[in-house]
Design a protein around this ligand. Sequence first.
Ligand SMILES: Cc1cc2nc3c(=O)[nH]c(=O)nc-3n(C[C@H](O)[C@H](O)[C@H](O)COP(=O)(O)OP(=O)(O)OC[C@H]3O[C@@H](n4cnc5c(N)ncnc54)[C@H](O)[C@@H]3O)c2cc1C
Length: 389
Amino acid sequence: MYGLSDEDLAIQTRARGFADELIPFEEQAEAAGGELPADLTAGHAKRARELGLHSTNMPAELGGGGCTTLQQVLVQEQMGRVTNALGWVAATPPSWLPGVATADQIDRYVRPAIASEREECYAITEEGAGSDVDAIEATARRDGEEYVLNGVKWHVTSYNTADFAFFQAKLDGGAHHGEHAMFLVDLPSPGVRVVRTPAYSHTISHHHPIVAFEEVRVPVANLVGAEGDGMTFAYEWFRFERLMVAARCLGAAERLTAEMTAFAATRRAGGGVIADHGLVAGMLADSLTELFAARAMTYETARAIDRDPADTRTAHAQCSMIKLYCSEMAGRVADRAVQVFGGRGYMRENVAERFYRELRVERIWEGTSEVQRAIIAGQMVKRGPLSLA
Ligand SMILES: Cc1cc2nc3c(=O)[nH]c(=O)nc-3n(C[C@H](O)[C@H](O)[C@H](O)COP(=O)(O)OP(=O)(O)OC[C@H]3O[C@@H](n4cnc5c(N)ncnc54)[C@H](O)[C@@H]3O)c2cc1C
C-alpha cells in the first residue's frame, strides 16, 4: 500500500517493531509520572540508535541517517503509536543547523547531538509571545567578544534532559537592532535558572519549565548564522516539526483505531458485540476513513519535499495543512476511542485515556490550529489554491 519502496518498508518495519517493544512500558511510565528507571531509558535510546531510528533527519556525512523525508515520516509515525513520549528516544536533532553552523558549532553541537551525546531544547516562547513570535521581549546585547542574553522563556520542553538551549532574542543595539537572533547556550550556565516547573496534561518525563535567562554571557561563536537570521531558522524548523507532528498523529490514530476495533469486536452488550451496534460501528468507520485520508496527504507532502526540496513555499502551506488535519483527526479518533471503551476508556491504564490527554497539545504546539488556518488561507490568497493542493 501507498507505493512504498523496499527501503521504505524495511525502515518502517524496524520502527514498528521498536514501537511494539516500547508499548509494554507505557503503564509503568504512566504510574510513575512519566519516568522509567534510567537504565531502561538508556537501553531504549541505545536500541533506537542500533536500529537506525535516531537522527534519521540528519546528514549521513555527519553520522546521521540521511533518510528521505518520507522515511523520516514512516519512523515518526511508528513512534506516534506509543504513549508517554517513550518514542522520543528516536530523536530528530535540528536538521536546519548543519546548513548554517560553523565548523566549531558542528563539532560542539551537531555531531554530539547526532551521536546522542548532547540534547537540545528550544527557548523561544514567552509569557506575552507564543503564536506571535515577533512579540518576544528577550534581548541580546553585544559586549566585546560576547553577547549578553536576557529574557524569561515559557514551556521549554526537555529543559530537564537537555544540555544546550536555542535561545531566540531581539538584538539590543548595533546594525541589526530590533531584529531576531538565535544563540546556543550551554546548560547549565551562570544566569540560567528554572522559575518553576508547571504540571501539564500529559504524563511524560520531559518537563516544560519556565526558565529565566539573566545576564547570561555566551561567546560570539555561539551566535547561530548571522545577526537578523533568527526567524528564518524558526520557519524552517516549524515546517519539519509540523510534518513530524502529523506523522506521530497518524501513528496514534492507527493504534487507537486498532485497539478500539479489537475491543468493539469482543465486548458484549445488548445481545451482541458492540461493533454490531450501528452507532459504535460508525465511530470505527469514521476513524479509519479519516486516518486513510490523513496518511495519504502526509505521505504525499513528504514525497513532494523529496521531489523538490527547494519549493519551500508549497511545503510551508502543505505542512500547515497536514499538521492541522492530522492533529484534529487524531483528537477526534481519541475522543471516539474513549467512548468505545466506555468506563475503561476513562482509566489511566487504558491507551485511549492517555492519548486523549496527550494528543490535545498537538493542536497547540508548533503553531496552533488557528495559526495553521491563517497560514493556509494567506497562501491561498497570495498564490491561488490550485498550486497548493
Ligand atoms: C506542552 C508544550 C510544550 C511546548 N514546548 C515549547 C518549546 O519547547 N519551546 C518553545 O519555545 N515553545 C514551546 N511551547 C509553546 C507553544 O509553541 C505555544 O504555546 C503556542 O505557539 C501557542 O502560543 P501561546 O500558548 O502563547 O498561545 P497564544 O498565542 O496566546 O494563543 C491563544 C489563542 O489565541 C489564538 N490566536 C493567537 N494568535 C492568533 C491569530 N493570529 N489568529 C487566530 N488565532 C490566534 C490561538 O490559536 C489560541 O487559540 C510549548 C507549549 C506547550 C503547551
